[in-house]
Every structure is written in structure tokens, then in C-alpha cells.
Design a protein. Structure first.
Length: 128
């Protein structure tokens, strides 16, 4: 499968998840328009809403590196096949991706479904 490298990057990031409160490790990886891959994991905090989701971490790595256009994203969770980005992360993704950007959802062996970002968040906020 073409996005195997994204799956590997997300699984490697997920292995570093700091999720002692939810015990729900998540990894995400995104490929930019330039072809580079940025990955992230969820990082929880005792002040629960102050944690970072895996998608947010991956976006932060991408922006820090000077890139701003997501070509595709992949999400994987250790304890839930087909886990999707939360609502906040969907809106964060919209900031850097287009409605037709593929979002790959995984089981423990790889991608089991691909949807568009527009399907996940059809009425997003945008500059228009």
C-alpha cells in the first residue's frame, strides 16, 4: 500500500505516547505536498484539556519545519480500529488541508479505510 510509510511513522510515534490518564495511545502521521512526513503522538496532562492530540503534535512538527500544506494524513490508535481525529483536530487539519485530502484510518495491520477530510468535517470554519 502506498501509505505504508505513514503507517510506520504513526505507529513509531504512538509508541512514545504519554497517555497515563486515558490509557489510549494514538499516533498520527501526515505527508506534506513536498513529500515529507511528520508524525506525532498524543501527550496528556493532569489538567486534562491541556493535552495534545497526535494530529496536533504532527501538525506542530510540520509547521515548525516551515511547511503548511498537508497532502494526506493517517491516524492509528492502539485500542480502537478505525479511530478518527477528534472534532478539534479535524478543524486543525482543515487549516492546512483541503476537503478532498485523504484521511487514512487504521487497524493494527495498516489502513482499513480512507475518507476525505470534507467527509469528516463537512461544515468547517474557513477563511470564506
Amino acid at each position: 500500500m502506498m501509505a505504508d510509510d505513514l503507517f510506520i511513522a504513526a505507529r513509531n510515534a504512538m509508541a512514545n505516547s504519554h497517555s497515563p490518564y486515558s490509557n489510549f495511545p494514538v499516533g498520527a502521521a501526515l505527508r506534506t505536498k513536498s513529500g515529507k512526513i511528520y508524525a506525532g503522538c498524543n501527550i496528556e496532562n493532569a489538567s486534562y484539556p491541556e493535552g495534545w492530540c497526535a494530529e496536533t503534535s504532527a501538525i506542530a512538527h510540520m509547521v515548525t519545519a516551515g511547511e503548511k500544506e498537508i497532502a494526506e494524513i493517517l491516524v492509528t490508535a492502539l485500542k480502537k480500529d478505525g479511530a478518527t481525529p477528534c472534532g478539534g483536530c479535524r478543524q486543525r487539519l482543515v487549516e492546512f488541508a483541503k476537503p478532498d485530502t485523504p484521511v487514512h484510518l487504521c487497524d493494527q495491520n495498516g489502513i482499513n479505510k480512507t475518507v476525505s477530510l470534507g467527509d469528516l468535517l463537512p461544515a468547517s470554519f474557513d477563511l470564506d
